[in-house]
Design a binder for this molecule. Sequence first.
Ligand SMILES: [Zn+2]
Ligand SMILES: [Zn+2]
Length: 292
Amino acid sequence: MSLFVRFWGTRGSIPTPGHSTRRYGGNTSCVEVRVDDALFICDGGTGMRELGEALLARSSDPVDAHLLLSHTHWDHIQGFPFFLPAYRSTTTLRVYDVERDDDRVHRLLLGQMRPEYFPVDFSELGSRIVPSHLDGGCTTIEGVTVRAFEQVHPGRSFAFSFAKGGTKVVYATDSELDRTVINRSDILDRPHALRALPRDALAFVADADLLIADAQYNDDDYRDGWGHARANTVVDFAIQAGAKQLVLFHHDPTQTDADVDGKVERAMARIRAAGAALTVFGAREGLELKLG
Ligand SMILES: [Zn+2]
Ligand SMILES: [Zn+2]
């Protein structure tokens, strides 16, 4: 079994091209998860454009991909109209909703290509686009167990897990994890204390080999109600869930490369203080990990 994860877009909220974001990257959320021959694309942020070009360059075989969107905020769908394989008649794209009778994802991908927003109509994409679903939150796709978990985020968002042969990856972005902390007053009153999180969220991530998680904010620049998490809360989440590696993801658009470095260093210090065996790093465009 082989499992690869590659980051094509790591930024939250809006693309941030420029000198100060060159290392971690300025494209918005898009992560490729390849398990043996199965290709999963987590989110269609602006990073999806370069993924499309890479897929066409990598092989002359038809592209057959499973597209899972955490939700349909702009920074998670804007790359889709620029995904070149979608224009090829040989491509099959399965676009997933969680529930069987939901068509929200398909409907909103189509909606953002209305002529007021984009020159090419959705109906002119030459590929085979198949509305699909995760059977309410757990299904098997090409031998991979795929699960969904609803998170706290304005307009709803879902985390996804991919497991096969004892290896598990969780993609959990756009989650206001802090709102689910069991003693929320502790976050401000006892910032160094471990932040206890609900059992169902911990069970979803339990023993993940890799957790990719929304860690947009530091403790001191947190914006309550904006739908994202403090990196320190995510560290505590990963420790309690027994994750092996944590990737801080969905960097705030105001954060420079040096700011993200600082966020990662503080996360490392928190892990050391807790005496936990957890590896942490910042999601960086172009980074590829091999697991399993
Ligand atoms: Zn986002
Ligand atoms: Zn969002």
